[in-house]
Write a protein of this length. Structure first.
Length: 253
């Protein structure tokens, strides 16, 4: 190799090395910034919900696996996902310790053809909205020797664009669902309308809590969890009994 060719290749190598080094520090800095953002936002959220102490579920469906890792470093142990294949791809990349010490919540609509995957990889399913889905989940859980923790989704606002039971429908199916061997019904889940006023949110969340007590009294069954409240309304939900709040944007942005 001639000297001029050697110099040329050395320059190319140096350029590649410096570019890679720069990229490493940019990625590192972005990661550090995300962790700081989560830490700061988590402090604000805890201040806003005090003295209540609901479980904070970090909703990571719009973020990659580094968001889960950053939230874990900040002390969070509950993570929510709603798209099965995307969630599993991220979870496969997580270290063993993080997965073993974390609880994963499926918060999206359950499609019957994906129920087995959801049962296998998620600790909680928040979105049971029919007896048929509850039965499919139960059977899938029994196949792998698991009792799947679930919440029943209540659509008390009657929104046609959202899934979930009406109160009448849940009263009709409740006894059959709690008798299924492969599931444990832990409570109720609710998604309030996006454009609801504060007064409307107060009424809707209180209605969910009241309906929970109605179910408990009628069927003699303990519903310990209320999963309600997201980035826009979690501070209202906790005043009406929420034990789980699902937060994405207000945590990571």
């Amino acid at each position: 190799m001639g000297f001029s060719m050697w110099v040329k290749e050395a320059k190319i190598f140096t350029k590649i090395y410096l570019s890679a080094r720069e990229s490493y520090y940019i990625i590192k800095r972005v990661g550090e910034d995300m962790e700081k953002t989560v830490s700061k936002n988590l402090l604000l959220i805890n201040e806003k919900i005090a003295p209540c102490k609901p479980k904070i579920i970090a909703v990571t469906k719009y973020y990659d696996k580094t968001a889960i890792e950053d939230a874990f470093e900040c002390g969070l142990r509950d993570f929510g996902e709603s798209r099965v294949n995307d969630a599993l791809a991220k979870m496969d990349l997580l270290c063993k310790e993080l997965k073993e010490k974390s609880t994963f919540h499926f918060i999206g609509h359950v499609q019957s053809n994906k129920a087995k995957k959801i049962v296998k990889y998620f600790d909680y399913i928040h979105s049971v909205d029919s007896y048929r889905i509850a039965e499919i989940i139960s059977n899938s859980a029994l196949e792998i020797g698991k009792c799947q923790k679930v919440l029943l989704q209540l659509n008390n606002a009657g929104e046609e664009t959202k899934f979930g039971y009406s109160k009448e429908g849940m009263l009709r199916d409740f006894e059959r669902i709690i008798s299924l061997e492969g599931i444990e019904v832990c409570g109720l889940m609710n998604m309030a309308p996006l454009m609801a006023s504060e007064r409307e949110l107060e009424d809707l969340f209180e209605d969910v809590n009241s309906f929970r007590h109605q179910l408990e009294n009628k069927f003699g069954y303990n519903l310990r969890e209320l999963s309600m409240g997201m980035s826009n309304d979690y501070h209202i939900a906790v005043k009406h009994g929420a034990t789980m709040i699902r937060i994405g944007r207000k945590l990571f942005s």
